[in-house]
Ligand binder design. Structure first.
Ligand SMILES: Nc1ncnc2c1ncn2[C@@H]1O[C@H](COP(=O)(O)OP(=O)(O)O)[C@@H](O)[C@H]1O
Ligand SMILES: [Mg+2]
Length: 318
């Protein structure tokens, strides 16, 4: 069952005025179609600047959506107002990359965790305390942290607190935007294993954004590869890692030797990511693709299915 469906989603930012008063359009998310199934961890992979955070912010309604639909449990969230919107924010929660800035430095952990329940539920003080203690235990913390401020904790502990806060209202889906990228490598594995455990315990759905393919391979059930605001390939994690089809996916994998068994298929990713202010015509990857053909420069590739779950947009597979 799909919990979330994204249909032809576009997000266009406008840059600040330059010295001459002119602004520029930034095409950050371009016609994305994607489903997230209940109980899965769907990873969004792609290099920095390809629009991953913008996609997550769009799903949280934190940025203006230029066009498209976001369907949560059958209803388009873009029409939500007042009560519907309040209910929506109980169902969807976000964890950010930087636990240093995502927790209010002036609030004690007890207040940070109680706040969502005080605003959104009619629970008594005692019930709130009980729920907080249960949730702290789930994320590997205990009562002793309640009277401390965020700055008194390590990065890993702070991310545990941010995860606990995200869990307070029993959400359906958690958007995790590079949740371990700011942490020491030794701590990353602990947090990743915690997310895995929470998925099992609560039957949670995760949209997991990362530029780290090693982490994605370990954690996710399914992967969507994003390039310049588009999804270029989707598949089960094994399909993406064992049989990547899109030259961009292959190039990303080629850059991580420990994930690569086939040394014959390596593709080096050359050149810079083009600016989303000035998108290439045709296939957006054609300016960096070693297999570029003339059709790639003019025509947007349709999708080719390799299995029920594995598909890719590339003219090589016509
Ligand atoms: N508020 C904004 N105004 C203008 N451009 C933005 C804004 N936020 C992000 N961008 C641009 O949109 C593109 C996608 O950014 P982002 O979604 O943060 O990518 P990622 O998370 O994959 O690194 C980048 O070129 C970025 O500079
Ligand atoms: Mg980002």
């Amino acid at each position: 069952m799909n919990i979330l469906e994204i249909k032809n989603l576009n997000v266009v930012y406008e840059t600040k005025k330059n010295a001459f008063g002119a602004t520029q359009k930034v095409y950050a998310v371009n016609g994305i179609n994607l489903e997230i199934k209940k109980g899965e961890i769907l990873a969004i992979a792609g290099e920095s600047g390809c629009g991953k955070s913008t996609l997550a912010k769009a799903l949280m309604k934190l940025v203006d959506i230029s066009s498209g639909e976001i369907i949560l449990e059958g209803t388009n969230i873009l029409n939500f107002k007042d009560k519907e919107l309040k209910d929506f924010y109980k169902k969807i929660q976000m964890i950010f990359q930087n636990p240093y800035s995502s927790l209010n430095p002036k609030m004690k952990i007890g207040q940070i965790l109680a706040e969502p329940l005080e605003i959104n539920t009619k629970l008594t003080k005692k019930e709130i305390k009980k729920h907080i203690l249960e949730t702290l235990e789930k994320v590997g913390l205990d009562e002793s942290c309640l009277n401390n401020y965020p700055h008194e904790f390590s990065g890993g502990q702070r991310q545990r607190i941010a995860i606990a806060r995200a869990l307070m209202l029993n959400p359906e889906i958690i958007l995790a935007d590079e949740p371990v990228s700011a942490l020491d490598v030794s701590i990353q594995a602990q947090i990743i294993n915690l997310l895995k455990q929470l998925k099992q315990d609560y039957n949670l759905t995760f949209l997991f954004i990362s530029h780290d393919l090693g982490v994605i391979k370990y954690l996710s059930d399914r992967v969507a590869v994003m390039y310049l605001g588009e999804i270029v390939e989707t598949g089960q994690t094994e399909e993406i890692f064992n049989d990547p089809k899109h030259p961009y996916t292959r190039a990303l994998l080629s850059a991580v030797p420990e994930l690569n068994s086939k040394t014959t298929d390596l593709i080096e990713l050359t050149g810079e990511l083009p600016s989303p202010e000035n998108l290439p015509m045709g296939c957006k990857f054609h300016t960096r693709c070693p297999f570029v053909m003339s059709v790639c420069q003019t025509d947007i590739p349709n999708s080719t299915n390799f299995s029920n779950t594995h598909k890719c947009h590339c003219h090589l597979y016509k």
